[in-house]
Write a protein that binds this ligand. Structure first.
Ligand SMILES: O=c1ccn([C@@H]2O[C@H](COP(=O)(O)OP(=O)(O)O[C@H]3O[C@H](CO)[C@@H](O)[C@H](O)[C@H]3O)[C@@H](O)[C@H]2O)c(=O)[nH]1
Ligand SMILES: [Mn+2]
Length: 741
């Protein structure tokens, strides 16, 4: 519509329309009523435990208390998980309105990509992410892409150089055919039907270029170094000498493409975005604070070079899938009424390599579609790392009350300074000394000392008076790589559980620090995550105590014929039916939901438990924060089993010994219980043990893949015989001890 067509009033009206809209999810009333009935059931269970305590001296008194404590914890935890379901909201940005109002006043955006290890995070993966963000539907002179390489590797640097040359072909190709996704690897992996059009021909040509580049990068990786003839072509390689190691090197900053340079153009003559390689200084004796340290160095280095008011952070494995994402995110920051107070906009983290039935339950889809949207409903969306847009001011530690005015449109451009000068200045900012005796890692930037630097930083920002938004776009904005083996998945979960629990005891505990800044319901919502590690204790109790008591014929649950039986069954059945319904609503299959049940038991009894223990150690000063990088490498053998949805155990870690022992314990308990009923009791009084036997039976069903890996499978991913022997011995000893004492 031309400007002439609309009267003055109409123009005004359009410019007053909000840039985004918040809609509440439906059926909230119905859900609240339904949840109340479960709550009544939970209270009845507690009442049953309190009114039926075995008398002193009677068998199973301690077991009874243990069950009561476990049910008390589950009940309270359930309440936390409700607060994320009462106020689920979904956001809708209007990018046309943004263009209409601000097309010539769009702010600059800095995009940070983090990588840490060329072996676990192959450079070809990293540059796919970089290439995917070099061309958004956004003015290229307003985009700057920074790669932080904590691996300090010339191989990654080399890959980035290759990517910068390739981008000159890739961007025009994407533009010409409106190609998406803009990660070449993901794009070429898609099936393309037409074969002889102009598009197809050009695709073949560019695919060849891409594959040649990938080969060069991969053979350098195999060689372990960049070939001499290539090294000669870029002065950047001079930074690497044989003495440089991952944990021991000076700071390196290289502006590979200078977006200010009018000669920095693609093959069509269009401007390219700025592209910067950074490896912050590392010395073995100094802690480097993992991703948080990298992000803080990036914040400073970028402030010297492009200083955009908005920052997007991506992990190296998470490519951009939607070219409009930047515009959509800006709708939130630039909304006239509510945009001012928004510190960050978090997108869900979807994955590209999830199997049909979500083996390992890695897609976290219910968390993304419901729980995080629920916390977002209270204006306190969680910052969960990759896929988050930040307002630079809030990320640099500014309080909301000190913040003035809108996003700056023109970044403070460094027009006069040469690339060399900028690089030298940036190197100082990326050096270790720079942070000494400053507030970086405490009050400024990402917070140090926690293995979920993101969540704790998000809370710190909210506590400074800012609000945040969680936004699920219709077309997925980013796609990443999820773990493909059980071990890697559990190590990742352990890191999360440990870090989340640490927040509970830190000064950023939402209940204390967040008091009056974050709504109570949101505080409870955060606890649903922060309590992952502690919830392992009641779970272990529920997995261990019933089978042990079965062996001795001690009854812990009401009889089938008693009315108390009802609340137990009601809570159990409705809760699980609801979770199944929720999973299916999010698009999961029944089998995926079932995998999730297996994974919940495995995670809670191992990862979360170890996370809890390591937290205690940390509190006692016995250990320090660690960060085990998630491997993004997939070997062919493993990948085949992953595709077939066969769980990959394949090593003999403590974790697998525990999983197998618990599975066997429940099997033995079940057998013992049946024997008790049939032989010892001759079916008399068997009602007393029914519920307990059912619980063991469920545990057995959930553990079927474990038995299979122990006794049936013989591929490389099965459980090694050492684990089989350990767990049989351990479970038998436990049973034997139970029976003789
Ligand atoms: O010393 C380090 C360690 C890690 N990273 C980077 O941090 C990112 C996340 O590491 P990853 O091993 O992939 O961990 P995940 O558990 O998959 O990451 C999730 O959890 C992290 C911690 O909560 C968040 O930072 C991430 O954004 C989120 O995707 C990767 O890009 C790494 O390259 C560094 O830059 N330096
Ligand atoms: Mn990751």
């Amino acid at each position: 519509m031309g400007k002439q067509d609309v009267g003055g009033d109409k123009v005004k009206e359009i410019s007053l329309l909000p840039l985004f809209e918040t809609k509440q999810a439906g059926f909230r009333g119905v859900y609240k009523m339904f949840a109340s009935t479960i709550f009544v059931g939970i209270c009845l269970i507690w009442l049953y435990r309190l009114t039926n305590i075995p008398r002193a001296g009677q068998q199973g008194r301690w077991a009874w208390f243990a069950m009561f404590m476990a049910e008390l914890c589950f009940g309270l935890y359930w309440i936390c998980t409700q607060s994320v379901r009462w106020n689920v909201v979904y956001q809708h940005p209007f990018k046309e309105r943004l263009s209409h109002r601000y097309e010539n006043k769009l702010p600059a955006v800095d995009i940070f990509v983090c990588t840490a290890d060329p072996k676990l995070e192959p450079p070809s993966l990293v540059i796919n992410t970089v290439l995917s963000v070099m061309f958004y539907n956004y003015p290229p002179n307003k985009l700057s892409v920074y790669l932080s390489d904590d691996g300090g590797s010339e191989l990654t640097f080399y890959a980035l150089l290759e990517a910068s040359s390739f981008s000159k072909h890739w961007i025009p190709f994407c533009k010409k055919f409106m190609v998406e996704p803009r990660s070449p690897e993901a794009y070429f992996a898609k099936l393309h039907s037409e074969n002889d059009s102009k598009h197809a021909q050009e695709r073949l040509a560019i695919k060849k270029l891409y594959e040649e580049m990938k080969n060069r990068i991969e053979s350098a990786l195999e060689l372990g170094k960049v070939p001499e003839d290539i090294r000669k072509h870029h002065k950047g390689f001079l930074e690497w000498n044989p003495k440089i190691a991952k944990q021991d090197h000076q700071s390196i900053v290289q502006i590979i493409i200078d977006g200010r340079d009018t000669r920095a153009v693609d093959n069509d003559g269009c401007q390219l975005p700025t592209l910067v390689y950074m490896a912050r200084e590392k010395r073995p004796q100094w802690p480097h604070h993992f991703k948080a340290g990298a992000m803080n160095a990036l914040i400073r280095v970028s402030s010297e070079i492009s200083n955009a008011p908005v920052i997007l952070n991506l992990d190296c494995d998470m490519y951009a899938n939607n070219a409009d994402t930047v515009r959509e995110a800006l709708c939130f920051f630039m909304d006239e009424a509510k945009g001012q107070e928004i510190a960050y906009v978090q997108f869900p983290q979807y994955f590209d390599n999830i199997t049909k039935n979500n083996l390992y339950s890695n897609s976290l889809i219910v968390i993304y579609e419901i729980e995080l949207a629920g916390i977002g409903g209270y204006g306190a969306a969680m910052y969960i790392g990759t896929g988050c847009f930040h307002r630079r001011e809030s990320l640099s530690g500014m309080y909301f009350k000190d913040h003035r005015g809108k996003l700056k449109v023109e970044p403070t451009k460094q027009v006069q300074r040469t690339v060399n000068e900028l690089e030298e200045a940036a190197k100082v900012l990326a050096s270790f000394d720079y942070e000494l005796d400053t507030q970086w890692g405490k009050e400024m930037g990402l917070i140090y000392g926690c293995s979920v630097e993101d969540v704790i930083t998000g809370l710190a920002i909210l506590c400074k008076g800012w609000k945040s938004v969680y936004y699920i776009p219709n077309k997925k904005a980013f796609l990443g790589v999820a773990p493909t083996t059980l071990n890697v998945a559990l190590v990742q979960q352990k890191r999360w559980a440990e870090g989340l629990c640490q927040i509970l005891f830190s000064k950023y505990c939402p209940f204390i620090h967040g008091h009056r800044k974050i709504k109570l319901a949101a505080q409870l919502g955060y606890s649903a995550f922060l309590l992952w590690a502690p919830i392992s204790l009641p779970t272990l109790c529920y997995v261990i105590v019933p089978p042990i008591c079965l062996l001795r014929g001690i009854s812990l649950f009401p009889e089938l014929t008693s009315l108390w039986f009802l609340p137990f069954t009601y809570v159990f059945v409705t809760n699980n039916t609801y979770s199944l319904f929720e999973a299916m609503w999010c698009g999961l299959t029944f089998k995926a939901w079932w995998h999730h049940q297996t994974m919940v038991v495995i995670r809670r009894t191992t990862s979360y438990f170890f996370g809890f223990i390591d937290n205690l150690k940390k509190i006692l000063g016995l250990s320090e924060t660690k960060f085990a990088i998630t491997s993004k490498l997939i070997t062919e053998d493993v990948s085949r089993r992953y595709e077939q949805e066969v769980i990959e155990f394949g090593s003999s870690s403590t974790i697998f010994n525990i999983i197998s022992t618990l599975a066997l314990l429940n099997l033995f308990g079940f057998v013992g219980g049946i024997k008790k009923i049939v032989i010892d009791l001759g079916f008399k009084d068997s009602n007393q043990l029914t519920l307990q036997i059912m619980i063991c039976a469920l545990m057995i069903l959930v553990n079927l893949p474990v038995y299979e890996a122990l006794f049936v499978r013989n591929d490389k991913g099965c459980l090694p015989s050492s684990v089989m022997i350990n767990s049989i011995v351990l479970a038998s000893v436990i049973c034997w001890l139970v029976l003789i004492f």
